[in-house]
Design a binder for this molecule. Structure first.
Ligand SMILES: O=c1ccn([C@@H]2O[C@H](COP(=O)(O)O)[C@@H](O)[C@H]2O)c(=O)[nH]1
Length: 302
């Protein structure tokens, strides 16, 4: 499918082509890198960034034939300063070169006029933006006028956003579950997502405005699937945070589309998981990544 097709349709095509709803999260943590990569890295931000870049490239080589999309987590790169952000840019570019879609997990937003600058920076694959990501995670807490600049950029660059609706962390309910006369805060955010997609549906039935809903809240996921019928749902919280295949089942539509399930630690550091440690260990970490990705694909086969 052409990169000029709408984001929601491109994601539907990528999921269908790869027969996979798995999103591999690229969250490099220096202390958990395989020994070889850690030993080779100089103990400077520059050395660590080079190790992150190589680690992500090798993961991408393994998962590119198996999944439609990767999600680099900006925080892990940004902690290394400018060298880290260069490594992030290289990772996004390499993932695209290998045919993967890229959701940048940056959870950005601000007042509308500043949000427009974030949207310009991050949204639009290829040379349509500085960062070149297909989609960006976005915070809703500055309100509808802060989301609109992102949606306008989605329209002009065939990009997508994923708005934080019901996050996977245990503390998210403090604000998200708070109820007013019209229901909860997360329901209000979900309604905003649905409104923004209303005139923007692609041939797949999905619009550019997606939602983040944690695998750790299966009941709310089922409710939110109904409330946001035209939104792709990005589901984090599978694996290391406790979410299972049964927990995410309600996120999909009856064609097996509409949701992608992220797994970061349990895939990229699979060599340290008891079930893979003995077979592969540190030295064959790439094979552990492949085995964990294939296992998750099987668990989520629609
Ligand atoms: O609600 C949310 C939103 C984002 N995340 C991010 O997803 C990954 C999860 O990593 P795992 O290792 O698979 O637990 C990470 O980048 C989070 O920042 C989330 O977990 N929950």
């Amino acid at each position: 499918m052409s990169e000029n097709a709408a984001f929601g349709d491109r994601l539907a095509q990528a999921v269908t082509d790869k027969k996979s709803v798995v999103c591999v999260g690229l969250d490099p943590r220096f202390e958990q890198l395989p020994t070889g990569l850690r030993d080779a890295a100089a103990a400077s931000p520059q050395g660590r960034a080079a190790a992150f870049s190589q680690f992500c490239r090798e993961i991408i080589d393994v998962v590119a034939p198996l999944v439609p999309v990767v999600k680099p987590q900006a925080a892990f790169f940004e902690q290394l300063g400018p060298h880290g952000t260069m490594a992030l840019a290289e990772t996004i570019e390499y993932a695209h070169r290998k045919g993967l879609m890229v959701i940048l997990d940056g959870k950005r937003n601000d007042i509308g006029s500043t949000a427009a600058a974030y949207a310009s920076a991050y949204l639009g694959a290829g040379d349509r933006s500085a960062w070149g990501s297909d989609a960006l995670t976005v915070s809703p807490y500055l309100g509808a006028d802060s989301i609109e600049p992102f949606v306008e950029m989605c329209d002009s660059r065939q990009a997508g956003i994923f708005v934080l609706v019901k996050t996977s962390n245990p503390g998210g309910g403090l604000l998200q579950d708070r109820r007013g006369e019209d229901g909860s805060v997360y329901e209000a955010v979900a309604n905003l997502v649905t409104q923004q997609n209303a005139d923007r549906l692609g041939t797949s039935g999905y619009g550019p405005v997606g939602a983040v809903v944690g695998a750790t809240y299966p009941e709310q996921l089922a409710e939110l699937r109904q409330r946001m019928p035209s939104a792709w749902i990005l589901i984090p919280g599978f694996g290391a945070q406790g979410g299972s295949a049964a927990d995410v089942a309600a996120g999909f539509d009856d064609k097996g589309l509409g949701a992608i399930v992220n797994n970061s630690r349990h895939i990229i550091f699979a060599h340290a998981r008891p079930e893979f440690k003995e077979s592969f260990g540190d030295a064959r970490w790439q094979e552990a990544v492949e085995a964990a990705t294939r296992q998750m694909n099987e668990q989520l086969q629609r």
